[in-house]
Design a protein. Structure first.
Length: 277
């Protein structure tokens, strides 16, 4: 029994719909899948229906945007199997509103450099709860300014540290987000700690007993980094998860559904903790 616990759809910044993702997960031989779109749980009921139809189990999930106030940087927290998901609706709406504000500013910044239209970006975000950088890059590809979603132009515009058009705002405090997940009786897992350089935060939160798990198996972590994550997980008895972080056409690197997975042992720990909550 294995599962890919990190996949995105057109509800956030993926290029495939819920049904396509679930069917592909079935084709790859997975037993479980979790759709973890950014700051929205709109997939949960539809995913359950489609999972039952195609014979693959679904775990309700969401990837929540949070802020490490000590280091002044973003961090992503995966929430699985919340028993009271309505308690997360407010934080999801707040994060989506912050992202929309950032996206509107980024679109304006890009339009000052390249003669594209806001409409050309919006059409690629149809169905999504927000506009993401991938949608802006898609418009730039449409008009011939690049042929790649990730590469030189993306780095020039949207590099987190040096991008000329990047706009970031502070998301809700990570401690508040974790408390909210637990109030919703969900399982809280830090996503891809390498991506936002969250190792210090990971250990701090684990030491306080705030985290239930950590995503160790993710394409951003090399062998050395993964070993470090696993060491922290063992030290604090954290659940260890894995996921492809699948975005389809918008993948930052080639990564297919099932390229990283969560083992039966850790799936069982998620189910046990969720039921306990």
């Amino acid at each position: 029994m294995i599962g890919d616990l990190h996949c995105h759809t057109t509800l956030s910044d993926g290029s495939l719909g819920i049904e396509d993702v679930i069917v592909q997960a079935k084709r790859t031989g997975l037993d479980f899948i979790s759709i973890t779109d950014h700051d929205t749980m709109s997939s949960i009921s539809r995913a359950k229906v489609l999972g039952d139809r195609y014979g693959i189990q679904t775990i309700p999930g969401v990837e929540l945007s949070a802020w490490d106030k000590v280091r002044n940087r973003k961090v992503h927290i995966l929430c699985y199997a919340p028993q009271k998901p309505d308690r997360l609706e407010g934080i999801c709406n707040k994060a989506c509103e912050i992202r929309k504000q950032c996206a509107n500013d980024m679109v304006k910044n890009v339009m000052e450099l390249y003669p594209i239209t806001a409409e050309s970006v919006i059409k690629h975000a149809a169905g999504s709860k927000s506009i993401f950088k991938q949608h802006i890059m898609h418009a730039l590809i449409d008009y011939g300014y690049t042929t790649h979603f990730y590469g030189k132009l993306n780095d020039e515009l949207f590099n987190l540290k040096t991008g000329s058009c990047i706009v970031e705002r502070e998301y809700p405090d990570v401690n508040f987000v974790l408390d909210l997940i637990h109030s919703a009786h969900g399982v809280a897992v830090m996503a891809h700690p390498v991506y936002y350089d969250s190792f210090e935060l990971l250990e701090e939160l684990a030491q306080k007993g705030k985290l239930d798990g950590v995503e160790a198996y993710h394409y951003t972590a090399n062998e050395e980094q993964r070993a470090h994550i696993l060491k922290i997980a063992e030290k604090y008895d954290l659940i260890v998860t894995g996921g492809s972080d699948f975005h389809g056409l918008y993948n930052a690197k080639p990564t297919h559904i099932g390229s990283n997975v969560t083992t039966k042992e850790n799936l069982d720990r998620i189910f046990k903790l969720a039921n306990k909550k």
